[in-house]
Design a protein around this ligand. Structure first.
Ligand SMILES: NC(=O)c1ccc[n+]([C@@H]2O[C@H](COP(=O)([O-])OP(=O)(O)OC[C@H]3O[C@@H](n4cnc5c(N)ncnc54)[C@H](OP(=O)(O)O)[C@@H]3O)[C@@H](O)[C@H]2O)c1
Length: 384
């Protein structure tokens, strides 16, 4: 099959009959290198329904009409997909079970995503575990970026152990993430001491079932911690021993990001880049380019504000104050107008903005369900 030929979205590449659904996995494996193709459907063939042998028909269709582009990740020589998967919600307690996340990760890969951003504390470590399980047989085909610096409070460690029991309870009570009582989620603290950083990386490697991280990022250090740099020796040791290939810093404030630009050996900065929050991109794009530092754009969909239909948005959970709510409502009205005029969805407009910012090597897309990811990425790739 010539995968470099232009592919039309929805084009049926192949139909085949297999004896049982169990063969579906085998068929998927056969196609896993032919991104952006995906095995899209399983349908019983008509005569199977009449009680004959249990054949199923598998249809291989193209998911997109342009392939995901690859870009250089700063000066590292690593090639990353223009969109990456933000895995903060992979393994979350707000979903039914962990099975859906295997599908989410597998579909991300099928869509051409090779960059996976996670952290040791995301979903109490389950995010790393699920990534490790999904990519253990194709480790060299993915770029894994994790983070270190947050310490899980006791309450969250407990939640991790009893997750299978907590999930149904949360669904029964209809609890939303924003409404989870602080007593349950617990206060997070940070630790950037060299010994802690090294221990935490060893634990990440175990969960990820790998012997190296492509990128280790400090997880939201305050500016003074970045400037003090007591953690730098630990990162250099980890790099020398081959446990991490490169290191970067994920920053919550402009002050911290500007300090990070000056740290020797830093290859990437992860910052918020969205239509609703453009300050960091404006200030950092130029200096990052001059230093060959890759920007990882995050929260490009403003945590969902730029992806969800207006009727489904609970503004209170996205805004810190009534003034911010009014400002964001007004901005969204304008961006929706632009999206309509240009024939795009709002999420496409938002991702095109983020991926188009100078020095952005990869724009993260967060998703808690496969359907969300697929809708967002397909629309982005098809420009609609
Ligand atoms: N300090 C840090 O280092 C830091 C901080 C924040 C984020 N990050 C990284 O950045 C990544 C992205 O952040 P994010 O997930 O908060 O932001 P995001 O990409 O701006 O938003 C993702 C959320 O948008 C909603 N969404 C996406 N597609 C949708 C669709 N088609 N229809 C409806 N809703 C849709 C979903 O919300 P629901 O799940 O509510 O449905 C999804 O979880 C994270 O996963 C993490 O890797 C890092």
């Amino acid at each position: 099959m010539n995968v470099s030929a232009p592919i039309v979205r929805g084009e049926v590449i192949k139909r085949m009959r297999v004896r049982s659904v169990a063969f579906f996995g085998t068929a998927r494996a056969a196609y896993e290198d032919s991104r952006p193709l995906a095995i899209d459907d399983i349908q019983p063939v008509p005569w199977a329904a009449r009680g004959a042998r249990r054949f199923v028909e598998v249809t291989v269709v193209s998911l997109v009409n342009r392939t995901m582009q690859r870009r250089q990740f700063g000066t590292t020589g690593i090639e990353v997909s223009e969109l990456g998967l933000g895995c903060a919600r992979v393994g979350g307690i707000f979903q039914k079970g962990s099975g859906g996340f295997d599908e989410l990760l597998s579909r991300a890969f099928d869509l051409g995503i090779n960059f996976y951003d996670t952290a040791d504390m995301y979903c109490q470590g389950e995010s790393e575990q699920l990534i490790g399980r999904a990519f253990r047989k194709r480790r060299s085909q993915v770029v894994i970026a994790s983070k270190v610096g947050y310490v899980l409070p006791g309450q969250r460690k407990l939640v991790a152990r009893i997750k299978p029991l907590v999930r149904p309870l949360i669904r029964l009570l209809g609890l939303k993430r924003a409404r989870l009582p602080a007593a349950v989620s617990g206060q997070l603290s940070q630790n950037f001491e060299p010994a802690y950083v090294k221990r935490a990386v060893e634990a990440s490697l175990r969960r990820l079932r790998t012997d190296y991280l492509d990128l280790l990022q400090l997880h939201s250090p305050p500016a003074e911690v970045v400037r003090r740099g007591q953690w730098l020796r630990a990162l250099q040791d980890l790099q020398r021993s081959g446990k991490i290939r490169f290191y970067g810093i994920s920053c919550d404030t402009l002050d911290a990001a500007q300090a990070a630009l000056e740290v020797p050996g830093v290859v990437s900065l992860q910052v918020v880049v969205s239509l609703l929050e453009q300050r960091m991109a404006e200030a950092l794009a130029g200096p990052a380019r001059e230093r060959g530092i890759a920007i990882i754009a995050r929260e490009c969909l403003a945590n969902g504000l730029l992806a969800k239909p207006e009727a489904e948005i609970d503004y209170k959970s996205y805004c810190d104050s009534p003034a911010q709510e009014a400002e964001r409502r007004a901005a969204l009205v304008e961006y929706r107008k632009t999206a309509t005029q240009t024939g795009k969805s709002l999420s496409s407009l938002a991702l095109q903005f983020a991926a188009g910012v100078d020095s952005v090597a990869v724009a993260l897309v967060g998703a808690s369900r496969t359907q969300q990811l697929e809708t967002t990425v397909r629309a982005y790739l098809s420009g609609s």
